[in-house]
Design a binder for this molecule. Structure first.
Ligand SMILES: Nc1nc2c(ncn2[C@@H]2O[C@H](COP(=O)(O)OP(=O)(O)OP(=O)(O)O)[C@@H](O)[C@H]2O)c(=O)[nH]1
Ligand SMILES: [Mg+2]
Length: 301
C-alpha cells in the first residue's frame, strides 16, 4: 500500500488522541505557567507518562518561556517527542544471516497477537519472503483455526498440533518444517497469558528454548504485543514479560480505540525496547512498521 494511504489511516486511527492535544487552541497564547500546566495536563491525559511529560515541559519552559505559542513551538514539541521515540534502524525486524528468521509473539489474552501475526505475514509476503506460521496456542482449538484462516488468506503454510498438545512440541515440528522447506521466516503464535501466571510464563520459556535449540540464533525477535487501550497497565505487563522471555521489541495495537495513544511514548521510555509495529485498526493494512516521525506527526495533526 502507498505510504500516503498508511499516513491517512494512522491519522484517522490516532484522531482521538489528537483531539486531546487540540493544537489549534495553543496558537497565539503566551507560554506562561498556565500554558505549561495545560500542556502538561494534555500530555498526561494522552498517557505520555510522567517522566516523558516532565522532560517535554522543562524543555519547552527553557526554550519558549514568555514567547508566543506558534508553529515553531509545535515543531519543537514534536521533535522532543520524536527524540524520545526514535530508535534509528531498530524498528525493522532482525533477519538471520542464514536459514529461517524466527519471530516469537507473546502477550496477554486478546492483546492482538494472532491478527498482528497475520498482518506481519502479509507485510513480509509483500516483500517477497516465504513464511511459515506455527500455531503454538493449543489451549483453545479455535485459536489454530483462526490462524489457519489468516494463513490461507495470506497464502502461507501453517503447522498446528492437536488440541491440548504441548505448545513446545508444535514449535519443534514447526522448526523442522521451516528448515526442510527452507522458508525465510517462521512466526510463532502463542496463547494469551497473564504475566502473573508463572507456569504459563515458563511454558513460553520452554517454547523459546526449543526454537533456540533447533534453529541457530532463534528466536531472532521476541515481540510483545500490548493492547494500547489499557494505558499505563501495559507498562507493568511489558516489564514482567521482558524479564521472563527477553523481549526484543514491542507491537502496540488498538491505538485507534483510545485517546491515550501517547502510551507508545511512555512504554518506549520505561522499557527501553524499540517499538516495531503499531496497529490502528482491524484490517490487514492497519498494522505497519513504526516510524517515530510519522507517528508524532499524526498524533498532533
Ligand atoms: N480496533 C482494533 N482492533 C484490533 C487491533 N488489533 C487487533 N484487534 C482486534 O482485537 C481482537 C483480538 O485480537 P487477536 O489477534 O485474536 O488477539 P490475541 O492476542 O491473539 O488473543 P488470544 O489469542 O485470545 O490471547 C480481534 O477482534 C482483533 O480484530 C487494532 O489495531 N485495532
Ligand atoms: Mg490469539
Amino acid at each position: 500500500m502507498a505510504i500516503s494511504g498508511w499516513v491517512e489511516r494512522l491519522k484517522q486511527g490516532l484522531a482521538r488522541t489528537a483531539q486531546i492535544f487540540n493544537v489549534r487552541s495553543w496558537f497565539g497564547r503566551k507560554v506562561d505557567q498556565s500554558f505549561l500546566d495545560e500542556l502538561e495536563g494534555r500530555l498526561i491525559q494522552a498517557d505520555v507518562g510522567v517522566a516523558a511529560t516532565r522532560r517535554v515541559i522543562e524543555r519547552v519552559r527553557s526554550a519558549y518561556s514568555d514567547q508566543t505559542a506558534d508553529e515553531n513551538l509545535l515543531a519543537f514539541v514534536k521533535s522532543e517527542i520524536t527524540t524520545l521515540l526514535d530508535d534509528p534502524g531498530k524498528s525493522t525486524l532482525a533477519i538471520a544471516p542464514k536459514g529461517p528468521s524466527v519471530y516469537l509473539i507473546a502477550g496477554i489474552n486478546g492483546s492482538g497477537k494472532t491478527t498482528s501475526i497475520a498482518k506481519i505475514a502479509q507485510h513480509l509476503k509483500n516483500q517477497g519472503r516465504t513464511i511459515l506460521l506455527a500455531a503454538c496456542d493449543t489451549f483453545r482449538a479455535a485459536a489454530a483455526d483462526q490462524l489457519s484462516v489468516w494463513a490461507a488468506r495470506a497464502g502461507c503454510e501453517i503447522v498446528r498440533g492437536s488440541p491440548g498438545a504441548d505448545p513446545a512440541s508444535v514449535a519443534h515440528d514447526a522448526c523442522q518444517r521451516a528448515l526442510a522447506r527452507e522458508v525465510d521466516i517462521l512466526i510463532v503464535d502463542t496463547a494469551g497469558r497473564l504475566h502473573t501466571q508463572t507456569h504459563l510464563m515458563r511454558e513460553l520459556e520452554k517454547i523459546r528454548n526449543v526454537l533456540g535449540r533447533l534453529i541457530p540464533g532463534a528466536p531472532h525477535e521476541v515481540l510483545l504485543v500490548l493492547d494500547g487501550t489499557i494505558g499505563q497497565n501495559a507498562i507493568r505487563q511489558a516489564e514482567v514479560f521482558t524479564k521472563s522471555i527477553h523481549c526484543t521489541g514491542l507491537i502496540l495495537t488498538k491505538l485507534d480505540g483510545t485517546a491515550k495513544g501517547g502510551v507508545v511514548v511512555a512504554v518506549r521510555q520505561t522499557m527501553n525496547l524499540p517499538v516495531k509495529f503499531i496497529g490502528v485498526g482491524e484490517g490487514l493494512e492497519d498494522l505497519q512498521p513504526f516510524d517515530a516521525a510519522t507517528f508524532v506527526e499524526s498524533l498532533f495533526s
